[in-house]
Design a protein around this ligand. Structure first.
Ligand code: NAD
Length: 285
């Protein structure tokens, strides 16, 4: 996509972290912004921060786990602005502590609903409208390094994010082969300094309480990650990468600068090709 001024970007989870950085970057390019987020107060703050850039903002309380909420977000965006040119299916959560066999069905459903079904909902509600408009458009799905490498973080998160990578690649093939002028990107960062380490704040009441208390080891990891936050990538850097990927129509958005990240992906693929069992320990990436 070469021009952005006056076009429209929809960002789910745009009230915080990576989504807010994407919304800000697209606003800096003159796009009007639609934010769908579950958290009211940060949503209002994001609205004010983006409106201050001189573009139009449409904030909408949305639970991306619910198809009807995402459909209402799409209806509202098209009714207000008449078109959507960039869709960022970004809202997500980290999940509950515990080995996958110890997690409750609600623990599993919460993560898979918010991290994977949300992207299905986004594609089903927005892509047909984008196709019908005939205008150039782009879909960005937020996965994670955990969508390319297993064993690094929790089971449901890894399963959901591998799903987001697969969905994005499949969408790329299907849209491309059908000749639609819609690009696809999948964002796969390692650790970024956001509020994801506190994502229990957004667990909807319908999913009950987490089945397990964090183990001492999990608490230790959380403390290590908290202490590392300033050294992690910052959200604005991801906002720039996403913007560049939409400009250049790049499928994979994998932050460079961390060789450990590329090494982990390469090692996994080599293990697959060589039919070799991976080692059980992974470096923190
Ligand atoms: N921060 C990282 O290290 C990292 C790394 C890789 C991938 N990611 C992914 O980035 C995405 C954004 O997370 P973040 O790191 O910015 O975290 P964050 O907690 O700062 O932001 C997530 C946003 O999503 C919203 N949200 C949560 N549940 C929702 C729901 N059901 N419906 C609508 N909105 C909901 C939150 O209110 C919040 O505004 C997620 O998909 C996450 O998996 C993050």
């Amino acid at each position: 996509m070469e021009t952005f001024e006056g076009k429209v970007a929809v960002v789910t989870g745009g009230a915080s972290g990576l989504g807010l950085a994407m919304a800000q970057r697209f606003a800096d390019a003159g796009m009007n912004i639609v934010i769908g987020d579950i958290e009211a107060e940060p949503l209002a703050m994001a609205e004010a921060a983006i409106a201050a850039k001189g573009v139009k903002v449409l904030p909408r309380r949305t639970d991306v786990a619910k198809a009807e909420d995402v459909e209402a977000l799409a209806e509202s965006a098209y009714r207000t602005f008449g078109g959507v040119h960039v869709l960022c299916n970004n809202a997500g959560i980290g999940g509950s502590p515990g080995a996958m066999w110890e997690l409750s069905l609600d623990d599993w459903r919460w993560v898979v609903d918010v991290d994977l079904w949300s992207v299905v909902h986004g594609v089903r509600s927005f892509v047909p409208r984008m196709i019908a408009s005939g205008e150039e458009a782009h879909v960005v799905n937020t996965a994670s390094l955990a969508g390319l490498v297993s064993g690094a973080v929790g089971g449901p998160y890894t399963v959901a994010k591998f799903g987001v990578v697969a969905l994005s690649e499949q969408l790329y093939y299907e849209l491309g082969r059908a000749g639609h002028n819609i690009g696809v990107s999948v964002l796969c960062p390692g650790f970024v300094n956001t509020n994801i380490y506190d994502s229990g704040r957004n667990r909807q009441p319908g999913y009950g309480e987490a089945a397990n208390e964090p183990t001492a080891e999990a608490e230790q990891l959380r403390a290590t990650l908290q202490a590392m936050r300033e050294q992690m990538l910052q959200p604005a850097e991801i906002g720039d990468l996403v913007f560049e990927a939409v400009q250049s129509r790049s499928l994979y958005i994998i932050p460079t600068g961390s060789e450990a990240l590329s090494d982990a992906v390469r090692a996994r693929l080599e293990n697959v090709v060589e039919r070799r069992n991976p080692p059980l320990d992974l470096p923190l990436i």
